[in-house]
Design a binder for this molecule. Structure first.
Ligand SMILES: O=C(O)CCC(=O)C(=O)O
Length: 291
């Protein structure tokens, strides 16, 4: 078994807004805050039963661990289920089915009263509080968020593992051009260093999250997530404020994404293979500088 190098995340308790800004937000360093949710109702209440009781007749799109191929859109769910039945599945078996981005405001606004936007120096975008669900076999592919937010990610009910990489590490990660992910054939848990040698130089940050933990992910940070058992998470995002990041975000959202989707629609797997070759060529160039 091969492993990518990681160091454990810094964990803090009782952090003031001033210290958060000084030591983590300004230098853009991730941190796990252990007690940020302790005074929320959500800390006491949020578990799979609580959400299931409020699910009514809602139908939800579900994704699994398989990457989209050919002309298949990445936004196309593998199946749809009643939220009630999906949560039942999470409670009873280690499924890989996930819910990605369930907007609380649109779908279950009654949850809004259970949490507070933390007063920590981030200017949260209140239109997009989102829940994510996964089972014991769920893996969220390595990516960073297209809108480059500084985000606070909270976990409830179960446990999950998150591996983070800064943007400086992108050169070792086989980042696929015109996208926000790396080559999807790479097994981040047991990477093949013969095929993808640059991964040996990557240095990540390892996070183990349990109920109530809050993870600060600075803008553009890569995240690879594994649910270790059934659970749910919430992400609150603060959109970028630095001019260079705003330009980058606008490019990603309004140009890159549409260009990539169009190429994919017309050329399917050929476009995916071409991008993968480019990712390997670009990474090999960086590798030569190491020798
Ligand atoms: O935890 C998950 O299921 C995905 C979370 C995620 O990718 C995010 O918050 O950006």
């Amino acid at each position: 078994m091969q492993h990518i190098k990681t160091t454990p995340i810094t964990r803090v308790k009782n952090i003031s807004k001033e210290n958060f800004i000084k030591y983590y937000y300004k230098p853009q360093l991730p941190v796990l805050i252990e007690d940020l949710t302790k005074d929320w109702d959500a800390y006491q209440k949020w578990n799979l039963d609580y959400i299931q009781e409020r699910s009514g007749d809602q139908i939800v799109p579900l994704y699994n661990n398989k990457p989209a191929t050919g002309k298949q859109s990445v936004y196309e769910p593998v199946k749809k289920l009643k939220l009630y039945d999906y949560i039942e599945l999470l409670k009873t078996e280690p499924t890989d089915l996930r819910i990605f981005f369930y907007n609380i405001l649109d779908n279950m606004p009654e949850l809004l009263k259970d949490f507070k936007y933390p007063d920590i120096g981030l200017k949260f975008f209140k239109r997009l509080p989102a829940l994510f669900f996964g089972g014991g076999k769920s893996k969220v592919f390595m990516h960073y968020d297209i809108d480059l937010p500084d985000s606070m990610h909270f976990h409830f009910h179960g446990t999950k593992s998150v591996t983070l990489f800064s943007q400086e590490q992108s050169k070792y990660l086989y980042r696929v051009p015109f996208s926000i992910h790396n080559i999807d054939k790479i097994d981040m848990d047991n990477p093949d260093f013969n095929t993808y040698p640059a991964l040996q130089y990557a240095e990540g940050i390892q996070v183990h999250m349990k109920h109530g933990d809050a993870l600060y992910m600075p803008s553009g940070y890569w995240h690879y997530i594994k649910y270790l058992d059934g659970g749910l998470s919430m992400t609150l995002r603060a959109l970028p404020r630095r001019p260079a990041k705003i330009v980058n975000m606008l490019y990603n959202v309004f140009i890159m994404r549409h260009f990539d989707n169009t190429m994919r629609r017309y050329f399917g797997q050929k476009w995916l293979n071409f991008k993968e070759e480019l990712a390997i060529k670009k990474t090999n160039k960086v590798l030569k500088m190491h020798k």
